[in-house]
Design a protein around this ligand. Structure first.
Ligand code: NDP
Length: 252
C-alpha cells in the first residue's frame, strides 16, 4: 500500500502555488486530499485535475472554518492538516496601517490557529495526526518592509513549537516548513510591487529577491512539497516541533 493510503489530508490554499504542489504530492503518495480556499472556481478546477475534493473556506473567518472543516471531516476523519493558506503584503513600517497588520495576522497566524483547533479533537480521539504549518524564512529571521508578515510567521513558529510539545505524547506531530522565495503568484506579486515602487526592471527585481538564497534561485513549489510530504509520513513520528527551512542555505 502507498505510504499515505487510507489517510485524509486537508490542505488550505491548495488550489494553487505551494498548496497545490503539496496536495499533488500527498495524492501521489496515496492520501485522500481536500483542498480549501476562497475561490471555488480555482479550487474546483484544481481538484478535478488532481483528483481531490474542494471545499470553500476563508481562513480569516471563524464561522467559515467551522463549516468547512465539519464538511471535510464528514467525508472522512482528518489525519493530516497542512496550514498553507497565507498572504504577504509589504510596506515601510512608518506607513503601514493597522488594517494591514490585522490582515497579515488574521490570514497567516489566526487562520493557522483556528484550522488546527478544528482538527485537533478528532486527532486526539484517534491518537494520531500530522500538522504541518507553512511558515516562511520570514518566520525565522527578519526582512525589511514586511514587519507584519514576518511577525505573523514568527507567531506560526511559536505556535508550532508549543503545540508540538503539548501533543508530544498523543501521537500527533506539529512542524513548520519555511520556504524562501518560491516561484508562485505570491512571488510574482512581490516582483511586480518592486517594479512599480522602485522603477527596476523585472529581472532586477527577481535578482533582488534571489540574492537572499545562496543558490541564487527561486525555490520551486515541488521542493517545498517534498519536505511537507516527508513530515506527513507515519515514519516521521520523531520529527516534532521543527521549523525546516527550504531555502537553499539562506537560513543556517
Ligand atoms: P499564493 O498567493 O500563490 O497562494 C495563496 C493560497 O492561499 C491560495 O490558494 C489562496 O487561495 C489561499 N488563501 C489566501 N488567503 C486565504 C484566505 N483568507 N482563506 C483561504 N485561503 C486563502 O501563495 P504561495 O503558494 O506562494 O504561498 C503559500 C504559503 O507559503 C503561504 O502561507 C505563504 O506565506 C508561504 N510562503 C510563500 C513564499 C513565496 O515566496 N511564494 C515564501 C515563504 C512562505 P484563494 O485565493 O482561492 O483563497
Amino acid at each position: 500500500m502507498s505510504k499515505l493510503g487510507g489517510q485524509h489530508a486537508v490542505v488550505t490554499g491548495g488550489g494553487r502555488g505551494i498548496g497545490r504542489a503539496i496536495a499533488e504530492a500527498l495524492i501521489a503518495d496515496g492520501a485522500r486530499v481536500t483542498i480549501m480556499g476562497r475561490n471555488m472556481q480555482t479550487l474546483q478546477t484544481a481538484a478535478d485535475e488532481m483528483g481531490a475534493e474542494a471545499v470553500v473556506v476563508d481562513v480569516t473567518q471563524q464561522d467559515s472554518i467551522a463549516e468547512a472543516f465539519s464538511k471535510a471531516a464528514l467525508m472522512q476523519a482528518i489525519d493530516i492538516l497542512v496550514n498553507n493558506a497565507g498572504a504577504a503584503e509589504s510596506a515601510p513600517f512608518h506607513r503601514m496601517d493597522t488594517d494591514m497588520w490585522h490582515r497579515m495576522v488574521a490570514v497567516n497566524l489566526t487562520g493557522t490557529y483556528l484550522c488546527s483547533q478544528s482538527v485537533i479533537k478528532g486527532m486526539l480521539d484517534r491518537g494520531y495526526g500530522r500538522i504541518v504549518n507553512i511558515a516562511s524564512t520570514a518566520g525565522l529571521t527578519g526582512y525589511p518592509y514586511v514587519t507584519a508578515y514576518s511577525a505573523a510567521k514568527h507567531g506560526v513558529i511559536g505556535l508550532t513549537r508549543s503545540l508540538a510539545l503539548e501533543l508530544a505524547k498523543k501521537g500527533i506531530t506539529v512542524n513548520a516548513v519555511c520556504p524562501g522565495y518560491t516561484d508562485t503568484d505570491m512571488a510574482a506579486d512581490t516582483v511586480a510591487n518592486i517594479v512599480e515602487k522602485t522603477g527596476r526592471t523585472e529581472d532586477e527585481a527577481i535578482a533582488s529577491l534571489v540574492k537572499h538564497n545562496p543558490q541564487g534561485r527561486m525555490i520551486q513549489p515541488e521542493e517545498v512539497a517534498e519536505a511537507v510530504l516527508w513530515l506527513c509520513q507515519k515514519s516521521s513520528g520523531s520529527i516534532n516541533g521543527q521549523s525546516i527551512a527550504v531555502a537553499g542555505g539562506e537560513i543556517l
